[in-house]
Design a protein around this ligand. Sequence first.
Ligand code: G6P
Length: 606
Amino acid sequence: MCGIIGIVGTHPVASRLIESLKRLEYRGYDSAGVAAFSGRHVERRRALGKIKALEAVLDAHPLIGNVGIGHTRWATHGAPSEANAHPHTAGRVTVVHNGIIENYAELRSALQAKGRAFESQTDTEVLAHLIDEALDQGLVPLAALKASLDQVTGAYALAILIAGEDKLILGARHGSPLVVGYGAGEMYLGSDALAVGPFTNKVTYLEEGDYLAIDHDQAFIFDKTGNPVERPVTVVPDSAALVEKGNYRHFMEKEIHDQPEGCQRTISAYVDAIGLTTRFQGDIDLAKLERIQIVACGSAHIAGLIGKYLIERLADLPVDIDVASEFRYREPALRPGTLVLAISQSGETADTIAALRYCQARGMVSAAIINAPESTMAREVDVVWPIHCGPEIGVASTKAFTAQVSVLIALAVAAARARGRIDEAEEARMVRLLLEAPRLIGESIELEDAIKTIAIDVAQARDVLFLGRGPMSALALEGALKLKEISYIHAEGYAAGELKHGPIALVEPATPVVILAPSDSYYEKSASNMNEVIARGGPVIFITDPKGAQHAPAGAKVVVTAPASDPLIAALVFAAPIQLLAYHVAVLKGADVDQPRNLAKSVTVE
Ligand code: G6P
């Protein structure tokens, strides 16, 4: 978690550090800080809370330097506070850090035994002390950095100022991403291309173990063994423009509305719209696979659950799915012929990366459905299946989720065809359905006004249940996750058949029950569950399609009629109503939609 930025600039950097930090706020936002040279000394400004609080501090106490670093934090070690906010300083060294230094406790004790005093509870501060101590021993800055990195275990992306070296920023990457940006007489370091997007679209993605120094003109990069290396420079397309909110109030609202386009771009990459076939790049023979093991977290995991339903049903290919944080600790029984498939918007989620590496170490072929093409996962897997929805900024995933589901539907069709479960004509029919999905998602988004009205009641609730069957049971989980993460209302998603095994005890007039039931083969059973809720006085919000609405049980309080869609793509069409419900409830409650409390978009720690 956390976002970092560094600028070796030709003019004062404080306002530009802030601009970058605002772009990085999706990585964490409980406190923030900047540091810049003032002469040959380094000055810091830090504040508890969001970047706005730091801006106020800078207004009162400006920083004038041309070379500086900044950080937005998601607390791991040490509560959010000004003292624990980065940058951390020890002697001549000032550090910002994304990641976790796992052996910080022993390093800290050893440093304290040598008389070094600590100001924070963070793991990061040990790095500042280690580097300062190495400088004390007479090492030059890069050697001092390397000597310090050799002592730490864990993950880090770092940007470092050293008093007296006022034309340099040092950096390092291990387990957390870091990019170098190239400007005109200026150089940058940032957590990602978005961070340096306002200044340049020319970037280098550092490799694991790289450490470096940047000055005004160049980057001096060394690999983990200390050898100087050249890394390629990439031009990032339109990075600056892609992350504006436009006329929307929140990124989440914009991203919900971006979905028809995001899915359309994604689907186009996996189907041939003229030949009406699916196409998957890479050397993975879907016909020969014995099994797929999906690993993912959060909404990406829920996308995977929908994928499992479709891949098993259409392609008769067994799919296991685990939340990545559990996977490697449960000692899974892996078999040859299994493809490990990571699903991740960011490509940087620590648990998903660890699960992938666990499988790769056991000889498994790997693929990843990813939004960030230069991410750690994208670099480490055998095959990348990108989504094309553009950067997602709102912490609650929306357009990345539907784009992931789009790829998984295409994969189910491709696997079904490759394994002889469907013929050419059936593949063509399914491809046509996929190509229709963006339009239907658009129609589904048009339900927004109706959903705004429903949100007024839901916003009063303490608990909300989401129920569905088949792929809709996974979407029920997503509905509950979206609602709880941005509106802080307790919500649970259940396979509707499980209603009688527990959640029905929660049903009462004050507990809205959202039932997702298109008119598919599960409809009758979902309708029975709905009647069970109605019989107990539970207010039902019934999300269905026109045919389902005709047969809606009499007591369904509210019926939302989504466009008719084939079961193959229904999860895409039914996603928007639940996303919009969560969004409008959160807006009504005055919650911070794009940056809900305690969460971060990119969870780069275990
Ligand atoms: C966080 C985000 C979620 C996301 C999950 C997995 O919890 O808030 O929106 O689904 O991480 O992230 P990934 O980048 O791996 O998809």
